[in-house]
Structure formats: structure tokens, C-alpha cells
Design a protein around this ligand. Structure first.
Ligand code: NAI
Ligand code: MG
Length: 499
């Protein structure tokens, strides 16, 4: 446990410097054993804001050893006691919402008002939600024979390795570690190389109340730090969010050890707008669904919007007008709606897809909003949102995950065709349908190949609703009680012979 209650630091630059060159192992800040660091750059200005410690196999070893040692005592606590401490983490994180929002805005370029502050409060909420679920780690009694008591127990797995991405780092970390901890596991987190600061701070805050070693966090690169974590013999479960390619590598390594994995991978989520839909609501839903405020950097982004031909043109006009009205700018400015892309690499990927789209025969690219004019943002990784029209579901921009502010509006004539096209994708994470007809809505809910289907709305992840995809979008579920029980415990059967 760290001493002296931490106070929020509202200057994100100062906090970023303070968090430089630190891993959190066994409740204490340490540098990487090699002494190596890598720069963290603000994507809005291009300036270096911190140096993150670069963990490798030796640091993974230290973190896993600390976790394994701490886990034994942690698992012995009553489940409700663990839950209380996890809920206390949520309350402490709540006191740091503003601080964490600012810090994540600085390192990721996500706008404070529309994204970063919201993410920080979701982080706290996830811990409060799971903190109340300790006593739900129930087994069953099974009628077997009258002279035998037969029951099942939910037991922790041991040490969980959690690998997280940069797009919503705090929230995605929370969905992994809160249920893992309540279930009696210890955790080693590997943060994304682009966004290690806010998650490190969040873990520091939680280590004020958690026993040392129960929650450890490493920053470092994929193959050098994430790889050894997945491969470590003492890691009994891996939970990963990121790309399909890396997900497959993680899965293969886990297969060699025969350990369970949860994989939250990409998406190309369809949104079907029927001719009878409420146009205003559907357009607003497309803006939320496409996560334009997060520069489209979301695995659930509504990046294929199928619109009935009778309202197609009106839909596109309204969507363009609404996105035009959004302000791109400094992520830390309260008036900004849309910030920047995370990194040069992602920026180039997005630009290359915009080019591919523009070169597609028949395609029209509607560039929305306006680039910021501020001199200090000259080097910022800003990309104007793009709405593609006149392209088909077979085009590359409609098939491949862009992970940027680029959506495709595709015209359709009949419902059957819309369902067929919506399902014609490698992915199956989320889907929405917009219609006033209940029969169509329910039919679509049954037929859309996705882990999460919504009708006439586009809510983001909720702590109590199970979330996760089918097909190449992943394996297993996150959020909800079910995710904790099924993915962070093992079930043991016990028979007591009383004869
Ligand atoms: P990535 O999947 O390579 O990275 C995600 C995490 O995995 C990071 O912490 C990274 O360090 C780690 N990692 C990378 N290689 C690893 C390995 N060999 N072993 C263990 N861990 C490893 O994703 P990246 O490179 O950041 O982005 C590439 C694309 O992935 C994006 O353009 C986007 O399409 C997709 N993506 C999807 C996300 C989602 O929410 N489903 C989140 C981030 C990216
Ligand atoms: Mg990668």
C-alpha cells in the first residue's frame, strides 16, 4: 500500500513528468531493470511530455512473481471484503476524474469534454459496479444422491495478464481488472505504448487501498513486454483488447500453455437505417455510433451505415451538417469536440485508407468539420472526418477496419439485402437498426451477426451489460456479472459422501 493519500494533480504536464520512468510492481514505483525508457508524445502538439519505463522479460518476471505471491492472501479474503476494497478503488478514482481525464487527453489527444473526462468517470463506475458483486461468486448445489452433498465452487484462476490498447485505455483496463480482482485473482497489466500514463496513475491510486502485489502495471512494447507476459508459466489467464493480428499471436501462445483467453478485437459495425426511421435520431445515433468525438478510434465504430434509398440523400446531408458543426481542436480545450489521432503510425494508416476510398470508382468523399488554425497545433495529428458515399460493401474501406474518423454510407433498396450486406463482414462486434416497425427490429435483432445489437439507440459499453463479439471480433465477454464468473474463475465440483 502506498503511503499518504494522493491528491489530484490537475496540471497534466506536471503529472506526466512525475509519472516518468515508472513501473508499478508490488505496490512500489520502480524503473525498468534495463533502465530503458521511451518517449510519450502529445499527439496534439508533437511535444514530448514524458519518458515511460520500458519493461521487458525481467520486469515481467518481477511483476508476475509479486502477483503470484500476493494472490494467495488476496484469495483468502472473504469475497465481500475484496469487493469492498475494489469499490473503495472506484470511490478514490472518482476523486481523480478531472485529473485522469486531463492526463488521458494529453497522451491520447482525445477531447476532454466529449471523451476523456467521460472515460475517467466510467473507469470509477466499473470498479464501483464490480465491487458490489463479491457475494455473487456463488456455486451451485447439484441433486445427485441423497447421501451425497454435491456442489460447485467458483475459484480464482491465479495471476491474470491483461493487455490493453490506447483508444480507451482506462475503461478497457477497468473491464479487465475489476472483475479479475473481485474474483480473487492478482493482475499484471501491460499498457499500450502510446498511452501508459493515465492507466499507471489509476493503478497508483488503487494501490493506496489494495494489498501490495495484487495489481501491478508495466509499460513497454508488444513483443518485448506483452509477449513474455502471455508466455509466463505463472500467468493462468490472458485478457486482451487490440488488433486481430495481435489477438491471434496472443491466442497461439496461450494455446501452447492451454490457458483461457478473452479476446476483444476489431469491428466493422453495421448500422441499418430503414425508410421509416426517425431521421433526426438516426443521424444523432450515427454520430455517437461512429465515435466521431473519438476520431472513430473505436472497435464498435458504426463504420458501415446502410441507409434506405428513400432517405439516403437527406440522411447524408444531415449527417454532414452535424459533423461540420463539430469543432476540431486542442484536446484540453473545453470547447473542442474532436481531438487528434493517437500516433503517426495510425495517422498514416487512416490517411492511406482515405486515399484508397477516394480512388474507388464511384466514391465520393465528404470531408467534414474544419482543421484547427491554432499555431501550436500545427504538428497535431488531426484528420477531418470523412463520409464516403457511392461505394459498395465490397470496397476495401467498407471491409477493413480503419480505426479513424471515416464512415461509409451505403444505399440499399430492400431489407433482406441490408441484412445480407450487414452480415457480409469478417467482423461481428456490434450492430444497430433504426426503424419504427417492431417486427422488423426484432427480426433484425435475431439475424444480425453481432455480439451486441441495439434498436433505435447507440449506447456505449455499460458495466452491467455483457459485451463481446463473434467471428473475427473476438472470444468471450467483458462487463457484466457473467463476464466475471465465466472468464475470471474456474469451477470446481465437490462431492461429500455422507453415507
Ligand atoms: P495491437 O493489437 O498491436 O496493440 C494492442 C496491445 O497489444 C498493445 O498493448 C500492444 O503493445 C500489445 N501487443 C502488440 N504486440 C504484441 C505481442 N506480440 N504480444 C503481446 N502483446 C502485444 O494494436 P495497435 O498496433 O495499437 O493498432 C493496430 C490496429 O489495431 C488499429 O489500427 C486498430 O485497427 C486495431 N485496434 C483495435 C482496438 C480495439 O479496441 N479492438 C484497440 C487498438 C487497436
Ligand atoms: Mg501493433
Amino acid at each position: 500500500m502506498l503511503q499518504n493519500r494522493l491528491q489530484p494533480v490537475l496540471d497534466p504536464y506536471a503529472l506526466a513528468r512525475e509519472l516518468s520512468n515508472k513501473l508499478l510492481i508490488e505496490g512500489a514505483f520502480v524503473p525498468a531493470k534495463s533502465g530503458k525508457t521511451f518517449p510519450i508524445v502529445s499527439p496534439a502538439t508533437g511535444e514530448k511530455v514524458a519518458e515511460a519505463a520500458e519493461a521487458e522479460a525481467a520486469d515481467v518476471e518481477a511483476a508476475v512473481a509479486a502477483a503470484a505471491k500476493a494472490q494467495r492472501g488476496w484469495a483468502k479474503l472473504a469475497a465481500r471484503e475484496r469487493g469492498k476494497l475494489v469499490a473503495e478503488c472506484g470511490r478514490l478514482l472518482n476523486e481523480h476524474v478531472e485529473e485522469l481525464g486531463r492526463l488521458v487527453a494529453l497522451e491520447t489527444g482525445k477531447a476532454l469534454r466529449t471523451e476523456s473526462r467521460v472515460e475517467a468517470s466510467v473507469l470509477a463506475d466499473v470498479f464501483i459496479f464490480y465491487g458490489g458483486l463479491g457475494s455473487e461468486l456463488k456455486g451451485e448445489t447439484v441433486p445427485f444422491r441423497p447421501d451425497m452433498l454435491t456442489m460447485t465452487l467458483r475459484e480464482p484462476i491465479g495471476v491474470v495478464g491483461a493487455i490493453i490498447p490506447w483508444n480507451v485505455p482506462m475503461m478497457l483496463m477497468a473491464l479487465k481488472i475489476a472483475p479479475a480482482l473481485v474474483a480473487g485473482n492478482a493482475v499484471v497489466v501491460k499498457s499500450a505504448e502510446e498511452a501508459p500514463l493515465a492507466v499507471l496513475r489509476a493503478c497508483q491510486i488503487m494501490n493506496q487501498v489494495l494489498p501490495a502485489g495484487v495489481l501491478n502495471i508495466l509499460s513497454g512494447f508488444g513483443p518485448e513486454c506483452g509477449g513474455p507476459l502471455v508466455a509466463h508459466p505463472k500467468v493462468g489467464k490472458v485478457t486482451f483488447t487490440g488488433s486481430v493480428e495481435t489477438g491471434k499471436i496472443v491466442y497461439k501462445t496461450a494455446a501452447e500453455k492451454l490457458i483461457p483467453v478473452t479476446l476483444e478485437l476489431g469491428g466493422k459495425s453495421p448500422m441499418i437505417v430503414m425508410g421509416d426511421a426517425d431521421l433526426e435520431k438516426a443521424v444523432a445515433g450515427a454520430i455517437v455510433g461512429m465515435r466521431f468525438t473519438r476520431q472513430g478510434q473505436s472497435c464498435t465504430a458504426a463504420s458501415r451505415i446502410f441507409v434506405h434509398e428513400s432517405i439516403h440523400d437527406a440522411f447524408v446531408d444531415k449527417l454532414k451538417a452535424k459533423v461540420d458543426a463539430m469543432k476540431m481542436g486542442d484536446p484540453l480545450d473545453e470547447t473542442t469536440d474532436i481531438g487528434t489521432i493517437i500516433s503517426k503510425q495510425q495517422f498514416e494508416k487512416v490517411q492511406s485508407y482515405i486515399k484508397i476510398g477516394e480512388e474507388t470508382p464511384g466514391a465520393k468523399a465528404l470531408r467534414c468539420s474544419a482543421m484547427p488554425k491554432d499555431k501550436k497545433l500545427e504538428k497535431g495529428l488531426f484528420v477531418q472526418p470523412v463520409i464516403f458515399t457511392g461505394i459498395s460493401n465490397d470496397s476495401r474501406v467498407a471491409r477493413e477496419e480503419i480505426f479513424g474518423p471515416v464512415t461509409c454510407v451505403i444505399k440499399f433498396k430492400d431489407y433482406e439485402d441490408a441484412i445480407r450486406q450487414a452480415n457480409d463482414s469478417e467482423y461481428g462486434l456490434a450492430a444497430t437498426i433504426w426503424t419504427k416497425d417492431l417486427k422488423t427490429a426484432l427480426d433484425a435483432a435475431h439475424r444480425l451477426e453481432a455480439g451486441f445489437v441495439q434498436v433505435n439507440q447507440n449506447l456505449v459499453v455499460q458495466a452491467n451489460l455483457s459485451y463481446g463479439g463473434v467471428k473475427s471480433s473476438g472470444l468471450g465477454k467483458e462487463a457484466s456479472l457473467e463476464a466475471m464468473l465465466e472468464h475470471f474463475t474456474t469451477k470446481k465440483t465437490v462431492i461429500v459422501n455422507m453415507a
